[in-house]
Design a protein around this ligand. Structure first.
Ligand SMILES: *[C@@H]1O[C@H](CO)[C@@H](O)[C@H](O)[C@H]1NC(C)=O
Ligand SMILES: *[C@@H]1O[C@H](CO)[C@@H](O)[C@H](O)[C@H]1NC(C)=O
Ligand SMILES: *[C@@H]1O[C@H](CO)[C@@H](O)[C@H](O)[C@H]1NC(C)=O
Length: 476
């Protein structure tokens, strides 16, 4: 009885706060004048050209070609790569494999400035994927943790084969590096914790480990509660503990304000649809403008960002890759509801629900773990850490001016979740979109090169060369 009452109360609070957020965002857009702004003919043309540039399967974007990979389970992923998967040249080359995983509301194209880098293309095999339901990758019926992480794991294991990661001999082992941002980072933190054999290094940016977030929230509430009971016990001296309690929950309150949109995503689908597309996509447009932070950007850059979010249009839907593959049919079916698939990650608890691994997944993780162990240091084998602790070497790469994530909630205590060979790097001038901003993008390229070339030298020194003032706040 008590449980169902509290569930109703929580449900009502989530609904009220989500609804309040939608109204608030709507009012802000109306006041700023973006809500009723109609797209000009030029803007429409820019967007169509950008969608063609990013999504025409027969095209080549800055040295990257399109690929549709059908997994054994039948699920189809779209990605771009500088090398052609499953060919003798690619399998026999000794280039490491670097897999890029984007977040909300993006696609492979959030990495466009990084993966276009000629030196990087020369040094590694780059694969930038679209998550299920995003860009050109097939939809899922439900975006629960099991569905999403099973598909992602099957993809990465298949890429290991198609890029010849496990075919090298003892002196010629290729490395796999996973680079991820935002939701891609959230999911990759789970991979690093629950399937650490998938990569030799994770480079993860501006997305939380939900286990750490839960632990930080619990810790802050516990301390604040203790201070309040101190205040209650001696009312005459209550001022100090009351102020302390207030200061303790300030980061929590700030994160709650920043997370309003997550609550709005929990509402009924027509409201979520309105939130994300109302006023001719005014919310996503303003997110895209924010994403460049202090960097100069043109209307073409904003069109690229919008095209990255919207995925292929009808004009690209019949295009074919050089090997004759087309986009999966489910793309046509979700055309109008595309943004609801993106929002479903928040609704279906992909970040927090249990991942029930299939027998096939357990077997293939075991198989690549035994291949990998020969080359790895065995880091993390004996150090279990707290629940959700990452078990693979990880570089956390964090834009300090993130508008969505408070570091006191998302980063404090992260060191306890990291194994040998891990670091946390703070970028003082960067916001949430580290792959897009020029300075952090350059530092990210350097970090990937460092990881690909066998991690010679100190990562802090490497990053500071391209990003003066970057701080390594944790290293193990
Ligand atoms: C995830 O969603 C699928 C439907 O696509 C469902 O069959 C499955 O039971 C769900 N798994 C969990 C753990 O909720
Ligand atoms: C390992 O592979 C490299 C490159 O393909 C080759 O040169 C070398 O001879 C191989 N070593 C052994 C022990 O097979
Ligand atoms: C969005 O733009 C179209 C024209 O492209 C216009 O017909 C429509 O009224 C606009 N919607 C809003 C809410 O301004």
């Amino acid at each position: 009885m008590g449980k169902s009452v509290s569930r109703i109360l929580i449900g009502t609070a989530v609904f009220a706060y989500g609804f309040f957020t939608i109204i608030l965002y709507g009012l802000i857009a109306i006041v700023k004048g973006t809500y009723f702004k109609r797209p000009t003919e030029n803007e429409k043309l820019d967007l169509q050209l950008a969608r063609n540039r990013l999504w025409d399967l027969s095209g080549v974007f800055e040295g990257l070609s399109h690929h549709i990979l059908t997994l054994q389970s039948g699920f189809k992923f779209h990605f771009v790569s500088n090398d052609i998967p499953n060919t003798p040249e690619t399998i026999n080359s000794d280039k490491p494999l670097v897999i890029f995983i984007h977040g909300f509301p993006d696609s492979w194209a959030i990495w466009r400035r990084i993966i276009a880098n000629p030196a990087l293309q020369e040094a590694v095999s780059l694969v930038a994927i679209d998550l299920p339901g995003y860009g050109g990758t097939e939809s899922l019926e439900e975006y629960n943790a099991t569905n999403v992480l099973e598909r992602l794991t099957e993809l990465i294991v298949t890429l290991w084969t198609q890029y010849g990661v496990d075919s090298g001999n003892e002196s010629n082992k290729k490395r796999t590096i996973i680079v991820a941002h935002d939701w891609g980072c959230v999911l990759s933190m789970r991979l690093a914790a629950e399937a650490p054999s998938l990569a030799h290094r994770f480079i993860l940016s501006n997305g939380p480990s939900m286990k750490l977030v839960e632990s930080n929230i619990r810790r802050l509430l516990f301390s604040a509660n203790k201070m309040l009971s101190n205040a209650w016990r001696s009312p005459l001296h209550a001022r100090v503990p009351l102020m302390q309690a207030l200061r303790t929950i300030t980061p929590l309150a700030r994160q709650l304000v920043l997370s309003g949109y997550i609550f709005a995503m929990q509402l009924h689908t027509p409201m979520v649809y309105f939130l994300l597309t109302g006023g001719n996509w005014s919310l996503l447009k303003s997110i895209h403008i924010t994403s460049y932070n202090k960097d100069e950007h043109t209307h073409l850059d904003v069109a690229d960002s919008m095209a990255s979010t919207m995925g292929p249009s009808a004009a690209e839907s019949n295009s074919k890759t050089p090997s004759g593959d087309a986009y999966p049919p489910s793309l046509g079916e979700r055309a109008l509801a595309h943004v609801l698939h993106m929002a479903a990650y928040y609704r279906d608890r992909a970040a927090t629900a249990r991942w029930v691994k299939s027998i096939e997944t357990v077997a293939s993780l075991h198989s690549i773990a035994s291949k990998k162990r020969m080359a790895s240091s065995g880091a993390g084998l004996f150090d279990e850490g707290p629940p959700g602790a990452l078990k693979a070497s990880t570089t956390i790469f964090w834009g300090r001016n993130d508008v969505a994530l408070d570091p006191r909630i998302c980063l404090d205590g992260m060191g306890d979740y990291l194994v040998q060979g891990s670091q946390i790097v703070l970028l003082p001038r960067t916001g949430h979109w580290t792959p897009l901003e020029r300075e952090s993008g350059a530092a990210l390229i350097k970090t990937v090169e460092w990881a690909a070339q066998g991690e010679q030298g100190d990562i802090g020194t490497v990053i500071v060369e391209s990003y003066p003032g970057a701080q390594v706040t944790f290293s193990r």
